[in-house]
Write a protein that binds this ligand. Structure first.
Ligand code: ADP
Ligand code: MG
Length: 504
């Protein structure tokens, strides 16, 4: 296998092979719609329920059962489309995708091939180095999930759990605008973030609620630009599709492996066969699952049980009006309103809950200080505390806000504030009251500080000589005063007093 590296920041040209190659990637993301009931039945979607307990007759494919569309699932797809700045199709339709599989009792999946509910949109993908790229969305359609076949419970039998059968999925199809493994992962991260903000999918990849089919091809430099100009796919290389990826790390590793595999074949004079492949994380390789020749013929046709889905513009407008503030807008606002760095704003807006917490803190104390405290102290502490989510933080935003307000007022130093934070974290209580009760208030009384400085100067004549020769050493005296006052001296005041007493 070739040993390849990608040039950065735009990971485009792959070097290490004999010739230069570029990667082209398009993702089909399956996102489970957050909804209490399934797409066409009233059965519950609850994860982890007793096998086959959440199954309506229609999910089990009983004869004569008719699907009835769940309005909430449609609303969720529309919200998702709006969140991705996409075209909403007021008329869409459901098609049957026919295939036989034990976990698909209907014998077909209801999907939307010809007329999806959502058309073209976009995702702004931010890379670690601060650059951003736009990835176009081709379409989003609604479809049913299949059930689960279980092969590892018995040596002679397989089992089927139909709880997931008929749960609504959104398939979000990107254009082949992604140019490298990191970018592919960053795209999924951003998409997941937007879905979670919208509340349309919980993004839980471990449970399979968000998974991606990754299409990968390689081409020669210049070919992608020709594709962009003409939108003619014949400028691109033949793609392989890696199915069902549910981890950012595996997505990157699989793309990396697949690029090397394809380049090695092409440089050997071979041809890429369009096929579906599976990634094996244990071996870190992709393996052929089925080639295009053996691809299913799904015999798609419009589902005769379902009328075309017609929605009204007024309903769409109403959903649009009630969308929450989305990550890009929130991040821009945090930078503008609180003067945060791009990085801090990204960290704080990664999850809507974190952003809401931060805003509550920033409403009480200074925004920049609030950002530092939430990112460094609070997140760090929660991580050490068994990776607690912010919703379970023992320190409320009001408590953290008042700790910050005490620093700003000059009542406590930054160092004491950390001790105070730990007390509030472990014991709870009102920060201002704790400071009073435990005598943690900063000493700003100049008289007392001057006396402390005088004492230390008198006791250390040699250090005084040194500091006079090299003013940088004055810090030693500041340190001694801090020590003598148990960290409660106001460092700024001490600095000034030390400088004047030493006549620096
Ligand atoms: P299918 O449904 O057969 O998988 P689609 O036309 O829906 O086919 O495309 C699936 C995905 O493949 C899309 O995300 C698209 O962007 C991507 N894709 C298409 N051509 C290429 C290519 N040459 N290289 C990489 N990805 C591609
Ligand atoms: Mg596909």
């Amino acid at each position: 296998m070739l040993d390849l590296t990608y040039d950065t920041p735009a990971p485009k040209v792959i070097s290490g092979a004999r010739d230069d190659w570029e990667l082209v990637i398009g993702l089909e993301v399956h996102a489970q719609v957050s909804s209490r009931a399934k797409l066409f039945s009233g059965a519950s979607t609850r994860f982890g329920a007793e096998p086959n307990s959440n199954v309506a007759f229609v999910d089990a494919g009983m004869p004569g059962m008719l699907p009835v569309i769940n309005e909430e699932c449609v609303a969720q797809a529309v919200r998702t489309g709006l969140g991705l700045k996409a075209e909403i199709n007021l008329v869409s339709a459901f098609d049957r995708k026919n295939y036989f599989y034990p976990d698909l009792p209907q014998g077909y999946q209801i999907s939307q091939l010809y007329h999806p509910i959502v058309g073209e949109g976009e995702v702004l993908v931010e890379m670690g180095d601060g650059t951003a790229r736009k990835v176009r969305i081709e379409r989003i359609h609604l479809e049913q999930d299949a059930g689960k076949s279980i092969h590892d419970m018995d040596p002679n039998m397989s089992f089927v759990d139909l709880n997931r059968t008929g749960v609504a999925l959104m398939e979000i199809v990107s254009r082949p605008d992604i140019r490298g493994p990191e970018e592919a992962a960053a795209y999924v991260v951003k998409l997941r973030q937007i879905l979670r903000y919208l509340g349309t999918c919980d993004g839980n990849m471990q449970n399979g609620n968000l998974r991606a089919d990754v299409n990968v091809s390689v081409c020669r430099p210049g070919d992608y630009e020709r594709y962009q100009e003409t939108q003619d796919f014949s400028h691109l290389g033949t793609r392989c599709e890696i199915k069902n990826m549910n981890s950012m790390r595996f997505i990157q590793a699989a793309i990396d492996y697949e690029a090397r595999r394809q380049i090695a074949i092409l440089e050997d004079g071979g041809e890429i066969v369009q096929e579906t492949r599976l990634y094996d994380p244990d071996k870190n390789e992709t393996r052929s699952m089925r080639s295009k020749e053996e691809a299913h013929d799904y015999r798609y046709f419009p589902d005769p049980d379902l009328l075309p889905l017609e929605i009204e513009q007024a309903w769409v407008d109403d959903l649009a009006q009630h969308l929450p503030e989305l990550p890009d807008a929130k991040k821009a606002r945090f930078i503008a309103d609180f003067n945060l760095s791009d990085y801090d704003a990204s960290v704080l807006t990664a999850e809507a809950e974190n952003a809401a917490y931060f805003e509550e803190v920033a409403a009480i104390g200074d925004g920049k200080l609030a950002a530092n405290w939430v990112i460094n102290e609070l997140f760090g502490r929660l991580k050490r505390d068994g990776d607690k989510p912010i919703g379970q933080s023992p320190v409320s935003p009001t408590q953290l806000g008042s700790i910050i307000a005490l620093i700003q007022k000059g009542d406590i130093s930054g160092k004491i504030a950390k001790d105070l934070f730990e007390i509030v974290y472990t014991e709870g209580g009102d920060p201002a009251a704790i400071v009073e009760e435990r005598g943690m208030k900063q000493v700003t009384d100049t008289g007392a500080l001057e006396a402390a400085v005088d004492e230390i100067i008198a006791a250390n004549p040699a250090q005084v000589e040194k500091a006079r020769a090299n003013p940088k050493l004055a810090g030693w005296f500041v340190g001694q005063v801090m020590k003598a006052t148990g960290g409660k001296a106001n460092p700024k005041a001490v600095n000034e007093i030390v400088a004047s007493k030493l006549a620096l």
